[in-house]
Every structure is written in C-alpha cells, then in structure tokens.
Unconditional design. Structure first.
Ligand SMILES: [Zn+2]
Length: 296
C-alpha cells in the first residue's frame, strides 16, 4: 500500500489562532497549543506523503499532455491469483500497464512477474520489503532500493528506472538515493482512497473514472502491503475502468512513455529474461503511446 487519507492541504488561519484547526471549510475546535501541533503534523504529512506535494523534490503524479491518455499502475504485487487475472483482462483489451512490484513479492511469484514483462507491461520498483521502518534512514533506504534492483535483475533481467516509494513516503534521503541510482520517482492519484480496503468494484471504478484527466496516473493495488491479500474488487474495477475510459476515447500507456524516460536502466545488458519487446510494441499500437515529455 502507499499513501494515505488526506487529499487536501491543511491551513491554520485566523480562526485557528483562536483555537480552531481549519481543513478547507471544516473547522475543528482545539485548544491553542494543540492546534499548532496538529497543524504542524498535517503539514508534515502533506509534505512527505501526499501524492501531490512537490516540496521535497519532483514527484510527478501525471504526465504533461493534452491527449486523452492515462497510465494504470498497480502497487504491492505480484500477488496471485489477482495479478494474473489483471494481466489476463488487460491482454484481452490490448492494454499495457505499469506494475510497481515489491522485491520480496517478485521472489515469491517470479513467473508472474516474467509474464507481465512478456505481455508488454512495464515493471517499476516499489522497494524490497515495503516496510515503513526501512523508508526513512538513508542507509536502510539505500539498501532497500539496491536489494530490490538486485531481485529484479536476478529474476527478470532488468533494473527498473521507475521507483514509487512505499506509502509514497518522501524524505530528503530518498531524493539523494534516487539521484545516486538514476531512478525516476513516480507518484500518481489513488483510484479510490479506500481501494486497499476493497469497496465494491463499482465504487472504485466510479471514483477512478471521475478523477481521470489527460495524462493521469491512476494507482491501484494488486496486493496489500506486500503481504498478498484478497484483491477481487480491484480486478473487477480494473475491467470496468478500462471499459469506461475506452468509451470516453482514452488510450492507455505506461508511465515511462508518459514521462518520457527509459523503463529500465540496463535492459540491453540483460536481454535474456526480458523478452517482452514484441509484445510491448503490439500493446503500444493497441492502446498507448503519447510519448508526452516531462511531468508535473
Ligand atoms: Zn505500496
């Protein structure tokens, strides 16, 4: 899982100085010291974990394009049978997606990860363990990122360029590590803020479709906290979203193409397992390919 529940910023206005904490039009009465404490906590949360905050560094949550293209992304897998079911329905629709896989889940389901590559999907890294305690410190974070890259290289023959931090947690150390290891950090917009808790497929799909704009990067979860988990609602919602967005004239692309970056750092050196070239080209013709440069 990544991210959290706040979708807007917090502000402490004049009323807050008199003992209210303001969240948009909502006013929460609190004692004056608590207001500043809670306000500071909310601001820290926004800065470090909001999908949209750019305060610590570039963290693109959409591509810069006016074309009707969208990137579907799936976090916390592979997690069978759900990841394979998603792959099957995407294959039927000729849609390519981006899977931000967890290193230890790739170790658990290497054949499923290889199938994603063969089908033309792009794999990004979501770290090795998805352990929040290993996302903050520079040394452990560097080890998390490096260890995941080693797993990808060993089992799949690629080293992903795209990296989505677990829980979307950013620290200054993350940006340093990303620079060191030539990673492109990627955010996105949650398809539904409670999708990890599996509301009905219709609810997830309705909210997701309503959020989509040209260049959107939608976040789904084919696993839960890298521990597996039942994801039937996400599978069914994905099918609904593909159908509804296709009817609106949207095409589907992958995050690397949307942001104009290479998907892998050394695919040329590791071509043995990554045999998805033909599938990827076929998939791009079917439904993607904005090639939109840049991000915001
Ligand atoms: Zn996650």
């Amino acid at each position: 899982m990544s991210g959290g529940l706040l979708s807007g910023g917090a502000s402490v206005g004049r009323r807050a100085q008199r003992g209210h904490l303001a969240f948009g039009r909502w006013r929460i009465p609190v004692r004056r010291p608590a207001a500043w404490t809670v306000g500071l906590a909310a601001a820290s949360y926004w800065t470090a974990m909001s999908p949209f905050s750019q305060l610590l560094g570039p963290f693109p949550y959409r591509g810069r394009t006016t074309e009707r293209v969208v990137a579907l992304t799936f976090d916390d897998g592979p997690n069978d049978p759900y990841t394979s079911r998603i792959a099957e329905l995407l294959a039927v629709s000729g849609v390519c997606a981006t899977f931000f896989a967890v290193g230890r889940c790739v170790e658990r389901h290497p054949e499923t990860a290889r199938r994603l590559l063969r089908d033309g999907h792009v794999l990004g890294s979501h770290g090795y363990s998805h352990d929040l305690r290993r996302c903050a410190g520079r040394r452990v974070l560097r080890d998390e990122v490096w260890r995941a890259e080693e797993v990808f290289a060993e089992h799949l023959g690629v080293r992903p360029t795209l990296f989505r931090p677990p829980w979307l947690l950013r620290t200054p150390a993350l940006f340093d590590v990303a620079r060191e290891q030539s990673l492109q950090l990627v955010s996105g917009e949650f398809a539904h803020v409670l999708e990890v808790r599996q509301p009905s497929p219709e609810r997830i799909a309705r909210r997701a479709v309503a959020k989509v704009r040209p260049g959107s990067i939608l976040i789904f979860h084919d696993g839960f906290d890298a521990k597996g988990g039942e994801r039937a609602s996400t599978v069914a919602a994905t099918e609904l979203v593909v159908t509804k967005l296709s009817a609106q004239g949207y095409r589907f692309t992958t995050v690397d193409r949307l942001l104009g970056v290479p998907p892998y750092q050394d695919a040329a050196q590791c071509p043995g397992v990554h045999g998805g070239g033909a599938s990827r080209r076929r998939c791009e013709r079917a439904g993607s390919g904005s090639g939109a440069p840049g991000a915001r």
